[in-house]
Design a protein around this ligand. Structure first.
Ligand SMILES: [Zn+2]
Length: 145
């Protein structure tokens, strides 16, 4: 399965009320390019491009990106957490009225994916699912059709 690049994310982040600052984009790019790395390794790479970014910012950015489902971390032994880009389990919801896009944790679809494979032998490609509906703004708008 090709790895979707988390490149088209500015709109997604804005839709969630986050701004994809150049720093955040840089940290995300560093994780994607490294494959996986500790916050220090990711920080080193970001530093190579932008020496002004400190490690605290890198830590905070990684936490934010993880909340958004864009990166994951795991621990190996007692070492520092290893961060990697999540390339398969990020879902999106799309408002079919205004087009707002939001990121949804892919784990939510796990029971569905499991049922499909058990009952139908159907392998759901959760990396390519967008759930259509109305965003909170449009759902509450009386002029919505
Ligand atoms: Zn909407």
């Amino acid at each position: 399965m090709p790895t979707p690049t988390p490149g088209g994310l500015p709109e997604t982040l804005r839709a969630r009320g986050y701004r994809l600052t150049p720093q955040r984009q840089m940290v995300l790019d560093a994780v994607v390019e490294l494959g996986q790395g500790t916050p220090e390794e990711i920080g080193d790479r970001v530093h190579g491009i932008s020496p002004g970014v400190n490690i605290t910012t890198v830590y905070r950015t990684l936490e934010l990106l993880e909340q958004l489902g864009l990166v994951r971390h795991r621990h190996f032994g007692h070492g520092a957490p290893m961060y990697h880009a999540s390339d398969y389990d990020t879902l999106h919801s799309v408002c079919h009225r205004c087009g707002e896009v939001a990121v949804i944790p892919g784990e939510l679809l796990q029971p569905v994916a499991q049922w499909l494979v058990e009952e139908h032998g159907f392998a759901l490609d959760t990396g390519h699912i967008a759930l259509a509906g109305l965003c909170a703004t449009c759902a509450g708008d009386p002029s919505a059709e």
